[in-house]
Design a protein around this ligand. Structure first.
Ligand SMILES: Nc1ncnc2c1ncn2[C@@H]1O[C@H](COP(=O)(O)OP(=O)(O)OP(=O)(O)O)[C@@H](O)[C@H]1O
Length: 589
């Protein structure tokens, strides 16, 4: 019950619907129990005593009662659904909001398919219990309660015999629940695993195709599919075993009652109509008891789903704005790292160690180093995607932890190697960080980012709808759209992942021009592998295993005999060799 108590904030505001639904349910169940009474009166008063004139009245009364029952059932069902639907609307919104504010740390390990299945299948599992399960449970109590009262009224001996049979049924029902709950939990896990597989498959389709791993992927999916099938079959087996058993217990009690009830009628202790009514009432107890398995089933499913939803909702949002944040309109862009070290959550080794530097407003800092040396980690700390383990990261003289998080991040522009483009129009993608931008501003940003020309050549220009992950555009084109996007938010601090190695010379030139346009008047951090991108940097930090190994301007670093100089030699030797080769080819031609 703890799960339901903890999720109360989502369904409690809609309790009026539940109350309405339950009131009409009481009415509908009450009317259901009147049916055997009408039957008894028809047999004992009208049929046995040959009072045919009573039959039309009894029939009319019966029809009226049933119409009334129909109306009550309608409201009970509709309001029950309203209760479930509006509760999970709130729940879904809360989950989605939570996903937006969960820290990067969470997404390092989260699986998209699993999250998707929590937001859809698990929310639906929870809704089903709210919409139908609760009312069915109440229906059970009411129907069994009303029926027992009437049974005792007709014959307390037969009522006691009926009651004596129920423990057998209850034991089976509870044993059923014990087995079915873990089975449902496994089904949910299996479904989430299968969703993850499908999602990863679609996202990684280009890698799969380029490595010709389709068959392997089909095999892997078959494993997930198999496991999902097996778990469903195990659950079906539990159902199939328990339900006939429960029905058998019901049938045995009916046979015993028939024998005993028959004797009672023959001895005149009860009227024949009362026995007939009694038999209808027995099923009003047996049916709900058997149905209890189904109710417990929906309850178990929703409990398993609720657990998985709470796992997301309970996740700590450890990177948040402080209670009294600083919210400047604009930063000047002074960035200082003071003795900063970083150990990522769940990691043992530090990724950054004792990093100190200052980036003056408008300056350019180059970050260089082997893969995994800590370049991106530095930029992650400026935007507070992670918090430093020790030391301080200051922007305009204040720790990044003192700023309103949104304000801080809005003042930092990121142009990364892999920029995500949404499956909407190019115009919307450029204006994503500044949705109020006018069309003129969007076009101007695109022009400055060297993107306007190719956008106009697309079939619908700025209204061209991009596929998922920006499909249909080249890497260089995607990057220029991201540059236009960054230009439009007009950030004070810029982080550029200089990934121009994969593009041709003309595109590289265009991107470099766009970068220079973007960098004007902003403090810029360039992550670069090529010396050519760092020549203009005021200071280059050369990282190795999380430490700053070398630092200085391009000219200073070239003069020292270190890593930078070695990379310079390699890159420029290659370039010199290529230039020499080209010159020779030209001469020969
Ligand atoms: N989210 C994370 N969780 C745990 N460890 C991480 C995370 N991000 C990076 N690391 C680790 O921190 C170290 C530095 O990584 P970082 O991404 O900063 O390097 P990098 O120099 O930018 O590399 P690259 O050039 O390949 O992008 C690496 O050992 C990496 O495995």
């Amino acid at each position: 019950m703890d799960i339901f108590r903890r999720l109360k904030q989502f369904y409690w505001p809609d309790r009026t619907y539940l109350v309405g639904s339950v009131l009409f349910l009481i009415l509908a169940s009450g009317i259901t129990v009147v049916y055997p009474v009408v039957l008894q009166l028809t047999i004992d008063r009208a049929i046995i005593h040959h009072q045919a004139q009573l039959i039309p009245y009894l029939s009319l009364g019966f029809i009226l009662i049933m119409v009334f029952k129909g109306i009550s059932s309608y409201f009970s069902q509709y309001w029950g659904d309203m209760f479930g639907v509006s509760s999970v609307f709130r729940l879904r919104q809360a989950l989605y909001k939570k996903l937006q504010y969960l820290p990067y740390r969470y997404y390092d390990n989260a699986k998209t398919g699993d999250l998707m299945s929590r937001l859809t299948a698990d929310v639906e599992g929870f809704r089903f219990f709210l919409s139908a399960g609760i009312t069915q449970l109440i229906n059970f109590v009411i129907l069994v309660g009303f029926s027992l009262v009437l049974m005792f009224y007709y014959s307390w001996e037969l009522a006691l015999v009926t009651l004596a049979m129920t423990p057998f049924l209850c034991v089976s029902v509870f044993r059923f629940d014990k087995q079915v709950h873990p089975a449902f939990r496994k089904i949910r896990l299996s479904l989430a695993g299968m969703n993850t597989r499908v999602q990863e498959n679609i996202s990684g389709m280009s890698t799969i195709k380029s490595l010709a791993r389709e068959k392997f992927e089909i095999g892997r999916f078959a494993e997930s599919n198999d496991s999902y099938q097996d778990r469903n079959l195990i659950t079906a087996d539990i159902w199939a075993r328990y339900f006939p058993l429960m029905e058998l217990i019901g049938d045995i009690s009916v046979v015993i009652l028939l024998a005993l009830g028959g004797l009672f009628v023959m001895s005149g202790r009860i009227a024949p109509g009362e026995l007939v009514a009694f038999f209808s009432l027995v099923w009003y107890i047996m049916d709900p008891l058997m149905n209890l398995g189904f109710i417990i089933n929906t309850f178990s499913q929703s409990k398993a789903s609720g657990e998985r939803l709470l796992q997301v909702l309970d996740e700590k949002e450890d990177i948040q704005s402080p209670s009294h944040p600083i919210q400047p309109d604009r930063f000047t862009g002074d960035v200082i790292f003071k003795d900063v070290s970083l150990i990522y959550p769940n990691e043992k080794n530090p990724s950054l160690q004792r990093i100190s530097f200052e980036a003056k407003p408008g300056s350019v800092i180059g970050l260089m180093g082997a893969t995994g040396s800590g370049k991106s980690s530095i930029t992650q700390l400026i935007g507070r995607f992670y918090d430093a383990t020790s030391g301080q990261v200051l922007v305009d003289g204040h720790s990044v932890k003192e700023y309103d998080l949104q304000c801080l991040r809005k003042n930092i522009g990121f142009v990364l190697q892999e920029n995500f483009l949404f499956s909407s129009t190019i115009r919307d993608n450029i204006a994503y960080g500044n949705p109020d931008a006018s069309m003129e501003e969007i076009i101007l940003a695109a022009k400055r980012a060297e993107a306007d020309e190719f956008i106009r050549e697309l079939p619908d220009g700025y209204d061209t709808v991009l596929g998922e992950r920006g499909m249909g555009l080249s890497g260089g084109q995607k990057q220029r759209i991201s540059i236009a996007r960054a230009l439009l938010i007009n950030p004070s601090i810029l982080i550029l992942d200089d990934a121009t190695s994969a593009v041709d010379m003309r595109t590289e030139g265009l991107i470099q021009r766009a970068f220079h346009e973007l960098m004007k008047g902003r403090t810029t951090f360039i992550i670069a592998h090529r010396i050519s991108s760092l020549q203009l940097a005021d200071e280059v930090l050369v990282l190795q295993n999380g430490f700053i190994k070398e630092r200085g301007s391009h000219d200073e670093l070239i003069r020292t005999d270190g890593i930078y100089r070695k990379i310079y030699d390699i890159q420029y030797k290659d370039r010199a060799a290529i230039q020499k080769q080209k010159a020779e080819e030209k001469e020969r031609a």
